[in-house]
Design a protein around this ligand. Structure first.
Ligand SMILES: NC(=O)C1=CN([C@@H]2O[C@H](COP(=O)(O)OP(=O)(O)OC[C@H]3O[C@@H](n4cnc5c(N)ncnc54)[C@H](OP(=O)(O)O)[C@@H]3O)[C@@H](O)[C@H]2O)[C@@H](O)CC1
Ligand SMILES: [K+]
Length: 513
């Protein structure tokens, strides 16, 4: 699914009305009907009081239209006009007028704090104050209204976007955003839904298709591409009958130091679970017996030093290399990394301490072979690209870093984001249970394992992130978020491949569209 900017959505809106020869009020009716159906399906006529707060733009127009449709079906609705300006939009006015066809109770006009209504915990609040047309920070009594609603336990449903958030810009004031329990958004999810600073206001959302012009939508370069199951399915490369283990490559994992040999174990196991033909681990001498006994499928080559990596000597050309997990940032290890960067022709993934070595020795960055995959978490990213002002600034800095060094940047987090050139891919699998020691080592192994099988670096990264999250989801469903360990994720990579093409007999959650 594609993520569009608010500007693109306004354009799509305009083109749709022209091409389908409909008035924009009809598009609003489509949108409102979808919201109504969503509610009706769940409420089945229940007389729970529904409070709809409508701004004076088209988001407010949506709110009024939803209110009218609910009243027509006998629901217990009170509508409020949040009268923050007298410049009401045309479609707001049309829908305001239509309300009188279904009820004698006119929407209540709110102009100050004195108009705030009582709302019980069991009630429902619908937020139609501001949509993607927010153009400044909500202030005065409107901000107080948002805070007042946030203080209520009633279920809050936001139309299109929680009021106070911009679709694709940083928010102004964290105190002036509606904390929606659920958001029903039109046509395309908004960028703000996926970034940590603003995404906290959108814990759950669904996309409602309102039939915007397909041709226009397809022609647009999105702000970002969401990676869900259909996209991930297309990445998968089918194996052929006469393939042999050489077909899937001989990958190398360079990892570990004294006390951190587990990092090598986890990533090497993940390489094999991802489907590589062979894996060799290059580790300090102290890890030899550990890896040989814990992962007999792996081959082991050791450094001359007992407790750290100082010189990576191998006698084969790896099909892919994953380096950095638990290696530390010792001077000799940095020198070993530098030599590898200068000499290798293999596709490369750099993680963890490997990234810290780069951050502490920025001159190494220019040695990065083109299309090297870097997998920083936010702390490592900051050491590489510098401090950022907000999530959008972080994306900008990550993009320019990726471009400057020709790197694929896999920025790990709740919605892991892969950045390459001007493109952004946002992952949708994964859960908080995966915030656990070694989870990143598993991801690096997965990317290395896919690279080893000939997936190109961008595809290997985006696909591995999806599978990693999916394996984490399977693990947490079985044993809880809390109990998930990195080994549980590795051991479910196989199930993640199977899940990719499994037909869900019963969807676990409601479909997004
Ligand atoms: N595009 C589509 O595909 C479709 C879009 N649809 C719907 O339209 C929504 C967008 O509607 P929109 O453009 O009318 O903007 P909206 O969010 O209602 O707000 C603008 C109003 O708020 C005001 N205002 C802004 N900031 C303010 C502030 N801080 N404090 C106070 N006032 C402030 C601003 O006032 P002004 O700047 O003029 O003073 C203006 O009056 C979209 O989210 C979706 O719900 C659907 O119907 C179907 C198809
Ligand atoms: K809203």
């Amino acid at each position: 699914m594609k993520i569009f900017s608010s500007e693109q959505l306004y354009e799509a809106d305009k083109i749709t009305t022209e091409k389908q020869e409909i008035a924009s009020i009809e598009l609003m009716e489509r949108a409102a009907t979808q919201i109504f159906s969503w509610l009706h399906e769940r409420m089945q006529g229940a007389q729970v009081p529904i409070h709809i707060f409508c701004g004076i733009g088209n988001n407010g127009g949506d709110g009024l239209a939803v209110g009218r449709l609910l009243i027509e079906s006998g629901y217990n609705v009170t509508m409020y006009v949040v009268n923050c300006s007298d410049k009401r939009s045309k479609n707001f006015l049309i829908n305001y007028d239509r309300v009188k066809n279904v009820t004698k109770s006119w929407p209540l006009l709110m102009t100050s704090e004195e108009d705030f209504p009582d709302i019980a915990d069991e009630d429902i609040i619908i937020d139609a104050i501001f949509g993607i047309g927010l153009n400044r920070c909500p202030g005065g009594w409107v901000k107080k209204l948002i805070q007042y609603l946030n203080g209520k336990k009633a279920f809050k449903l936001a139309i299109d976007i929680p009021s106070g958030l911009y679709a694709n810009e940083p928010m102004d004031d964290v105190e002036a955003v509606l904390k929606a329990n659920h958001t029903l958004t039109f046509q395309s999810p908004k960028m703000a839904f996926f970034l940590p600073e603003t995404g906290v206001f959108v814990p759950y959302f669904e996309v409602l298709n309102i039939g915007l012009d397909e041709e226009f939508i397809l022609s647009q370069e999105p702000l970002a591409q969401l990676i869900e199951k259909p996209e991930a399915q297309r990445f998968y490369k089918q194996r052929q009958k006469y393939d042999h283990k050489g077909t899937y490559g001989h990958a190398l994992i360079v990892a570990g130091s004294y006390g951190k040999i587990g990092a090598a174990f986890l990533s090497a196991k993940s390489v094999l679970r991802a489907g590589a033909g062979l894996v060799s681990c290059f580790i300090p001498e102290c890890g030899y017996a550990i890896i040989q006994s814990s992962l007999p499928e792996a081959m082991v080559i050791t450094d001359k030093e007992d407790d750290l990596i100082t010189d990576i000597k191998i006698n084969f050309t790896p099909s892919a290399i994953g380096i950095g997990m638990g290696i530390g940032t010792n001077k000799e290890t940095v020198a070993a990394l530098e030599k590898l960067l200068k000499e290798t022709k293999s596709p490369l993934v750099i993680d963890a301490d490997g990234l810290n070595c780069l951050a502490e020795n920025k001159s190494l960055l220019k040695l990065l072979p083109k299309n090297t995959v870097l997998t920083p978490h936010l702390g490592e990213l900051e050491r590489l690209v510098g401090k950022w002002k907000n999530d959008y600034d972080r994306i900008k800095k990550t993009k320019s870093f990726a471009k400057k060094y020709g790197a694929v940047m896999v920025v790990k987090g709740a919605n892991t984001m892969t950045v390459f050139e001007d493109k952004i891919y946002i992952n949708t699998t994964g859960n908080p249970g995966m915030a656990t020691a070694g989870s990143g080592d598993v991801l690096t192994g997965l990317i290395t394992g896919l690279l080893s099988q000939g997936y190109d670096p961008l595809l290997a990264s985006v696909f591995a992130v999806y599978l990693h999250g999916s394996a984490g989801n399977i693990a947490s469903q079985e044993i809880s978020f809390e109990a998930v360990m990195a080994s549980d994720i590795v051991d479910r990579i196989g199930l993640a491949f199977i899940e990719l093409f499994a037909q869900d007999p019963m969807p676990l959650s409601e479909p997004k569209e």
